[in-house]
Write a protein that binds this ligand. Sequence first.
Ligand SMILES: [Ca+2]
Ligand SMILES: [Ca+2]
Length: 364
Amino acid sequence: MNKIVCFIILGISLNTYTNKVYGYIDVSENQSVTLLDNFEASNVTGSTLELSWSPSSQITDISSFMIYLDNNVYTWAPGNSESYLIKGLSPERTYRFRIRIVNSSGTQSDFSNPLYVTTTATVTSYCTTLSYNDTYEFIDYVGIGEIDHVSFSDGGYIDNTDKVANVNLGINSIELSAGFSGATYEETLAVWIDFNQNKIFDASEIVVSAAVPVVPEREDMNTYQFLIPSTAKLGNTRMRVAVKYNGVPLGCAEDFAYGEVEDYTVHILPFAVRAVDQNILGDVVNQKKDLPTIKVYPNPTEKYIHIANLGTDKNFSLTDISGRVVKRGVIVGNRIEITGIQSGIHFLKIRNGDTFLSHKVMIK
Ligand SMILES: [Ca+2]
Ligand SMILES: [Ca+2]
């Protein structure tokens, strides 16, 4: 099919760049011309490959390269570049790459000849992804299982895989917070867990994708529940957390302008047999290890939640029935003031290192 929608011939000489430039032209591949010399792929893996080319012998005024993956723009590369690392690909799949050249006045060239590349069968390492700028917004809290990690800007990406959380097949929860150095912005949080341990975060492994709620006083931490399917492989695997300004983060395919990416390890265990118990003070929803003697009272309550047998001061968070964290901090004086918190069922989580207790509390 020869489909030329429109074109604008900008030059006079048949041998100049401007003569090759078309205004937003849609041409079939058999009309495409070779605009790049030595356009080829190397270092092909199951999820990445490197495109490279030599400076065009036909075009001299190059502002940038528009790299197309199949029919979509994958990225823009600077005009002085001669290679680009393509990330976030799937194993054993053939991709088509084409490039258009953009000149200094913004006009786009025709497509280059297509380059077809097939990725390998296996992926040997996790993809890298980062934000270029984590000055204004970043991840400042990740809480899951034994992980209770407060941070600030970490340079766009940080490998926290030395931090390990035990999780179970079935329903789990994670607490996340985006931090800001000044004004707050519209952010989206996303979490992936590599359930099948193939070192690829695919769409079925997104466990959280949510806009950061805009709430007063930067109390922007939320608890998100998610399901680890019974098909997930047991053992250690990677969890990736990302926060991104003005858009949904992608697990591998992009580096982006504003936000942060943090990687952790989760240790997936079989389905949990949860200790649901009734004591005189309320329902113990989940209790681990060395916190069996802690008592929470009264229940219902209206001004303070008292905690008996606490021992040393411990971290807590209080979430409402929708999962929003309404208060968090350190328990001081064996009580938590709840004045001003809306009435209703809440969940008090008390942390002490790698142990925690969740307790259902009715606030009057
Ligand atoms: Ca951080
Ligand atoms: Ca995977």
